[in-house]
Write a protein that binds this ligand. Structure first.
Ligand code: 13P
Ligand code: SF4
Length: 313
């Protein structure tokens, strides 16, 4: 690893970005330093569109592996880098492709229409009919065929929220995000006592008890719109801690309070936080770690992603 002081490191990353004809895409949960350097910061849906539409030869993807893998699936001819290859996701891990295949084979008579949350591997995407993100899950389920039962994988909380919104019954895979299930109703209510005028915005990966007390439940991108438009001047943000950087930068006139978990004050996703500017620098310098994929798997995983991108416009 190259050791440079922070301002030099930032300058060097921007120089390498030009030299490599690279674009830096970052998820809303990345550390502040990465968000500040990125060409685009957004949610999974915005990042998927940006990855598909970029002219750059190299995509330096600062997020977790399934996000960078999605960028590679829609961009087979580009080099997709991720600062740390170990940046996984507990939702992805909760639904291994061989287990989903086995389940679908065992229940073949159901002829499931599989809606997969984008937080899953290419193997799971390849077994699915359509992909969704938290930003478009309601729309993807509303556009599912009415005559087929839906299996929603892998997040049971997002799936349950979509059922509440659409009235469509679905069978839910029992996966969960280890960060979002740590938020509890009791702790948020306690916090609300000291901030009685604050609005509460929560991610749909939170449990039912938490979603019930939120003023708004939405994707990370829609949290920015909510923060701009709510009359409340302070907002309790019930999602991963990185979101607070984005909100404070884009809506500086409001106060953002981190939603409390039961175990610690700050909800960091240990996978998202594996990415650092030092690792981003090294990735651009060495053009690795690179996300690669078997071409047959990539083609099968691409179909449900393209269906989502078409239906989502
Ligand atoms: P968003 O698509 O809402 O940004 O969510 C991604 C994620 O991983 C939430 O934990
Ligand atoms: Fe996965 Fe949860 Fe981390 Fe999002 S916050 S990347 S769902 S582990």
């Amino acid at each position: 690893m190259v050791t440079l002081a922070a301002p030099d490191l930032r300058t060097e990353i921007l120089r390498l970005k030009e030299e490599r004809n690279a674009v830096i895409l970052a998820h809303n949960y990345q550390v502040n330093e990465i968000q500040e350097l990125a060409d685009f910061v957004g949610d999974s849906l915005g990042l998927a569109y940006k990855a598909r539409d970029t002219d750059a030869e190299v995509i330096a993807f600062c997020g977790v592996h399934f996000m960078a893998e999605t960028a590679k699936i829609v961009n087979p001819d580009k080099k997709v880098l991720i600062p740390d290859l170990n940046a996984g996701c507990s939702l992805e891990q909760s639904c291994p492709a061989p287990r989903l295949r086995e389940f679908l084979e065992q229940h073949a008579e159901r002829n499931y229409y599989v809606v997969a949350y984008i937080n899953c591997s290419a193997g799971v995407k390849a077994l699915s009919d359509v992909i969704c993100t938290s930003g478009n899950a309601v729309r993807m389920v509303e556009s599912a065929p009415a005559d087929r039962p839906i299996l929603f994988v892998p997040d049971q909380n997002l799936g349950a929220w979509v059922m509440e919104q659409t009235g469509r019954k679905m069978d839910l895979w029992q996966g969960a995000c280890y960060v979002h299930v740590e938020f509890t109703r009791d702790r948020i209510e306690q916090l609300r006592e000291s901030h009685p005028d604050a609005a509460v915005v929560a991610h749909p990966e939170c449990t039912y008890a938490v979603r019930m007390l939120a003023d708004e439940v939405c994707s990370t991108e829609k949290m920015v719109d909510f923060a701009r438009t709510t009359p409340a001047s302070s907002i309790i943000v019930v999602t991963e801690s990185g979101m607070l950087h984005r909100l404070r930068r884009e809506v500086p006139e409001k106060t953002f309070i981190a939603g409390p978990t039961d175990t610690c004050r700050c909800a960091d996703c240990r996978y998202m936080k594996l990415n650092t500017i030092e690792k981003l620098h090294d990735a651009l310098l060495n053009l690795e770690p690179e996300v690669t994929l078997d071409e047959d798997l990539r083609r099968r995983a691409e179909k449900p992603i393209l269906r989502m991108l078409e239906l989502s416009r």
